[in-house]
Design a protein around this ligand. Sequence first.
Ligand code: NAD
Length: 484
Amino acid sequence: MSTPTPITVAHGDGIGPEIMDATLRILEAAGARLDIETIEIGEKVYREGHAGGIRPESWDSLRRTRVFLKAPITTPQGGGVKSLNVTIRKSLGLYANVRPCVAYHPFVKTRFPTMDLVIVRENEEDLYAGIEHRQTDEVFQCLKLISRPGCERIVRYAFEYARLNKRRKVTCFTKDNIMKITDGLFHRVFDDIGAEYPDLEKEHWIVDIGAAKVADSPEDFDVIVMPNLYGDIISDIAAQVSGSVGLGGSSNIGEHCAMFEAIHGSAPDIAGKGIANPSGLLLGAVMMLVHIGQGDIATRVHNAWMRTLEDGVHTGDIFVDGQSRERAGTTAFADAVIARLGQKPEGLTPVEYAVGTASAPPVASEQRMPPAPRQRKELVGVDLFLDWRGSSPKVLGDTLRAIDGDGLALDFISNRGVKVYPTGMPETFCTDHWRCRFLATDDTVTHAQVVALLQRAATAGFDFVKTEHLCRFDGQNGFSAGHG
Ligand code: NAD
């Protein structure tokens, strides 16, 4: 018998301890070879003053075991508190969030009996970089950061996952009709890397119609890869239409560590009542077993769990009168799964996980694309953002002309992205936040010229709240044009 695999376990808050106990009992009965280290996370740790909900010494355990089975926690409301999940994902570089959304028809009610899709969500970038600023009385900003290596890692992970799990198609969702530079990069990387997987079908949808299709005809999808925010929202939609958010498990995969959990929260409304469904966490644990090479145990557990559903032993959240046979509490449900270990489902399709290989190993450094080649970068202007309250864009524009000079001249002013000077529409609503684009009059400018422009702006009494440099990369503009 192989040596047990060290894992870190956290029992969490609310229903967390109940569903974790049930899950660990099933894993043990199934013969999982685990060496468990327990850490405490969540409410109590937040109250001790740890802003991320985790004690510093707990990171040592995570670094040692590199595998984390985590029950849900309650995130305290209020300032000064950081999301534990976001902290863990970012600190440990867990860049891929994988959420299978499967229908268990007719045992769990769903309008989409054949639905079986997997969402691969980028987990670290996008609007979740958490870089937000208040810039004026009226305008607040959140930065959307998308990196080429970030796109390459997640897209390659999705294709590798699809291939290893014998999926036929990978779909990409972005909003690159609007965000041509950031989402455009994600889409381009999808096309480039996709070309290396001729065995897999590929398609791209704009995220809004893509989301509508997931809600309306999820059977048309197989593996879907997308940036962080879209993935966050659409994976919940997909889990819900598959039958129940309470059944979803997920993995968060990085190069060095991986975390496995249920997708639902700590359900404080039913905590301590012994009625919570442990299935989401159990299916997260099944993904963990596959990840650590114990596919044989994962197969036993998953098949016994499906057989339990088929036999009509259901927790209250999925219980249907006339269809379910027994309303089980958390403990009784776990006992029912344990009693069926070794059995296979008869109506649902049994699973068979490979032993010794992860469902999709993290993309190792050497597998990544080489760093982007250095391109010729030229500074061709600057967007100067002003906090300004005045009578009209024309007054601002005409006043700003006074600081033109030394190789930079005002090109246009926009407000919330809509051009308002030198031309614009009288109907455009303006806030106190103005983007003033200055372009080089002689093709390129230096940093010193930009600094001199800022100096002239300050002397003229303008309150600039930020600047964005306008660069050309190998002759191509690296910035969007003004609308309107
Ligand atoms: P929730 O998922 O905890 O609960 C939503 C509803 O689903 C509730 O009615 C609950 O009773 C029910 N439910 C959830 N899981 C269930 C289960 N296993 N069995 C039966 N019913 C279940 O979402 P919420 O109420 O919005 O959040 C509660 C807390 O959980 C919040 O503090 C939130 O921040 C936290 N949360 C944590 C995680 C995590 O740790 N990964 C994820 C989401 C939410």
